[in-house]
Design a protein around this ligand. Structure first.
Ligand code: CA
Ligand code: CA
Ligand code: CA
Ligand code: CA
Length: 750
């Protein structure tokens, strides 16, 4: 962090500290207030089309037998409090239809998509959703966050109602401070960016690190330490604080029931005491003979899905899931039975921690040669200017996987975003769609397009541990040998929704077990070298990929809509990088996993829901800190006098030296972003930019200095001098005193 930026941050937190002091001395009456309200307003009604209900600024989620739009609203609970109960009031009701049928949701394995085409069913009776809000309470860096998913519609026996306002009343009760609370300034800003009520961050005390900072750590067996030290040195040369820890040191110095828990306890120690934000696991789970190397935690997920023949309950108790090393709350085995991450509607409470404190990636390497290859690729990616081409593949077999990549317009003209919708105009799209390519997509054609040099390669189609389908009509599969034969010098990031291609524990899909339900892993035989297709792409020393986000078990979709479930996480990866300022790859992946549902069991229909499975599926093999873009961007949030995010505010960025100005508006979450390179601004380190936010008659502004040593700077602009809502918890926070301006800048990476 540069010196001037540090000063900005220091000033900001003096303001924050002052506002807390003001509250303490002037507002005793609200101190015992144990509730707050938040109203979610939907401006325009949804579009009803072909048995679905689409709506702007919402996501489509499978809910029981149907698919409904939900708006994600994260509400921060005050320090020392947790949720006691939640209530809601709906108002502004409109009857949209009296005789509508909803298309039935049919979760299916990506490997089964297309195999039972034509089985469209409709729901005509019943009430969906049961309640307008799905929720849980998660912990991110010790901040308790109510994750509410709010549905603006209700279906009752063919009638469809729309509600313009849903007012949520949250009643609080005292709670212990989570062990993961470390109180760093940058944590406050990260939380403020995530939640709809950022003012509440002021209830959380700011603390300073007492020990040396290591933002980035690599954990690796001693045998690979030399190789990975080169990556540590490179990160330090970029200005990061970084260190390497050997597995042998962890085994000797940390407690735990097994190696995985010792590794996690080491990560918790570094997270709390050294400010760690990124962890690279420098090693494959096993060596090429299947012996433990840098082991993963096996977790359990269930799903009720169609296998293309019948509907079955399947589970995996061996789900390889590095989220265990990212979500640092709890033990992931609350009942101590040795089955991790279970609890999705049965008698066991949820054991998984969905909100990752840190970003984790794994380098799936088990020899020094492979480790050197991985390190060289990451350094090359970070050192060269980025490709501006994204290769989008879609197998059409026979349902349109193309939807996943391109949906710009769904039938009826309603837009549901696909990958392409999130790409900025400076990105060139190289489409490889089976439906558009005659003759077939051959292995050499596909390889050629990868070798041309891409920032991302996105694959959409079927797959298995050691191969995925690139052309359905000719059954052309791209194998590990093909991945190892690629020769390219620009290394892309590669994502797919295919089943099993990211099974970094080297297991095959067990198709027989699947046909009858049960555990898809029991009896599954391992690949001869315990490597999957994703690993082949990464360990190729002549080309291939720098990183992958691929499924370690079956990918999931809907029989009639492959864009749901695995497709949603895939799409969110691009949204995060290009629209949300999550430029560091590990955060883009982690927040993509978090973007789907907080509900992992369909209580109303008694079936397992697809989302827990889908989240466990999508692991990052790659460096979690690696900045995907080489741009400099300023992202921020506009906050009103009550401490709530402001939607649709006009935000102007003025580059002070040149006088150039740029304008944008805040999105449905109050977020704005300026990618200075995309805008074509000529700027230098230390230049001032003035950011002004206007909403109606209210305005506020702040000035920050550009810090080119980081890719993203974040700023919070507070506007307005309204009288705070009398029953808002935020009255307590600000003590009725309007704080005109809170501004801060922190970096995603240093
Ligand atoms: Ca357990
Ligand atoms: Ca957590
Ligand atoms: Ca492996
Ligand atoms: Ca391996």
């Amino acid at each position: 962090m540069s010196k001037h930026l540090a000063m900005v941050v220091a000033t900001v937190f003096m303001i924050l500290v002052c506002s807390i002091a003001v509250f303490a001395s002037t507002n005793e009456t609200t101190e015992n207030r144990n509730f707050f309200t938040y109203t979610v307003t939907f401006d325009s009604p949804p579009t009803l089309k072909a048995g679905r209900i689409y709506m702007k600024d919402t996501i489509q989620l499978m809910y029981g037998h149907v698919i409904l739009p939900f708006k994600r609203v994260y509400l921060l609970l005050p320090y020392g409090k947790t949720l006691q109960s939640i209530a809601w009031d709906k108002s502004g009701e409109t009857l949209l239809a009296t005789d509508y049928s909803l298309k039935k949701a049919q979760v299916t394995l990506v490997s089964a998509i297309g195999k039972s085409k034509g089985s469209v069913e409709y729901i005509r009776t019943g009430t969906y959703p049961k309640a307008p809000v799905m929720y849980d309470v998660g912990i991110f860096r010790g901040f308790r966050i109510l994750r509410a998913y709010v549905c603006p519609v209700k279906f009752v026996d063919g009638k469809v109602y729309f509600y313009q306002n849903i007012k949520i009343t949250v009643t609080l009760t005292d709670a212990k401070i989570p062990k993961t609370y470390r109180g760093l300034e940058r944590d406050h800003i990260e939380v403020a960016m995530e939640v709809a009520n950022p003012g509440v961050v002021n209830t959380y005390p700011v603390k300073k690190l007492k020990q040396d900072e290591y933002r980035y750590i690599i954990i690796t067996p001693q045998s690979l330490a030399n190789s990975f030290q080169a990556l540590i040195n490179h990160k330090i040369s970029r200005g990061l604080t970084a260190t390497l820890i050997t597995l042998e040191d962890i085994e000797a110095n940390y407690q735990g029931v097994d190696t995985q828990e010792k590794i996690r306890n080491c990560i918790i120690d570094y997270y709390l005491n050294h400010g760690t934000e990124y962890v690279l696991l420098g090693g494959d789970t096993t060596d090429s003979s299947g012996n433990d190397f840098l082991p993963h935690r096996a977790t359990r997920a269930n799903v009720t899905a169609s296998n293309g023949i019948s509907v079955v309950d399947i589970y995996s108790s061996k789900f390889p899931d590095d989220l265990y090393f990212s979500g640092l709350d709890g033990t992931w085995d609350s009942d101590g039975d040795g089955i991790y991450g279970e609890g999705d509607g049965g008698s066991i409470p949820e054991e998984a921690d969905w909100l990752g404190e840190i970003a984790v990636g794994r380098a799936p390497v088990d020899t020094t040669a492979q480790a050197d290859t991985f390190v060289n690729k990451v350094i090359a990616f970070e050192s060269n200017s980025r490709s501006t081409t994204v290769m989008l593949h879609a197998e059409d077999d026979p349902q349109s996987f193309g939807d996943m990549s391109v949906i710009k317009k769904n039938s009826g003209g309603y837009s549901v975003p696909g990958v392409e919708a999130y790409l900025p105009s400076y990105i060139n799209v190289d489409e490889m769609f089976e439906a558009h390519n005659t003759p077939d997509i051959t292995i050499s054609l596909y390889s050629q397009h990868i070798e041309q040099g891409n920032l991302f390669v996105n694959h959409a189609g079927h797959g298995d541990t050691n191969t995925y389908m690139i052309d359905g009509s000719s059954s052309t599969q791209f194998s590990k040998d093909d991945a190892l034969a690629l020769q390219n010098t620009v290394y892309p990031i590669h994502a797919t929704v295919a089943c099993y291609s990211g099974a970094f524990d080297g297991l095959h899909a067990n198709q027989m077990a699947l046909l009858f339900g049960g555990d898809v892993d029991e009896g599954a035989s391992a690949e001869s070298d315990y490597d999957c297709l994703a690993e082949a792409f990464i360990i190729n020393d002549q080309g291939g990929m720098v990183a992958t986000m691929m499924n370690s078990r079956f990918g999931l979709g809907d029989q009639n809509d492959p864009t749901l479930c695995s497709g949603q996480i895939d799409n969110a990866l691009y949204e995060n990088v290009f629209q949300k300022g999550l430029i560091n790859l590990g955060w883009a992946v982690q927040k993509a996993r978090e973007s789907v549902s907080p509900v992992y069991y369909n209580y109303d229909v008694g079936t397992y829901c697809a989302y827990k499975w889908t989240i466990y599926d999508a692991n990052l093999l790659g460096d979690p800190e690696m900045p995907v873009l080489d741009h400099h961007a300023i992202y921020g949030k506009v906050v009103d006098a009550n401490g709530n995010a402001v939607v649709n505010a006009t935000v102007t960025l003025k580059h002070v030296p040149s006088g150039q100005t740029f304008q944008t508006t805040t999105d449905a979450n109050g977020i704005f972003g300026f990618d200075l390179d995309e805008l074509g601004l000529s700027y230098s380190n230390g230049d001032s930019v003035e950011i002004t936010a206007v909403n109606g008659t209210q305005s506020g502004s702040t000035t920050i200095q550009i810090d080119t040593s980081v890719n993203v700077q974040k700023v919070i602009v507070q506007i307005g001098q309204t009288t705070p809502e009398i029953d808002a918890y935020t009255v307590m926070i600000f003590g009725g005193v309007t704080v005109l301006l809170i501004a801060a800048a922190v970096s995603k990476e240093e």
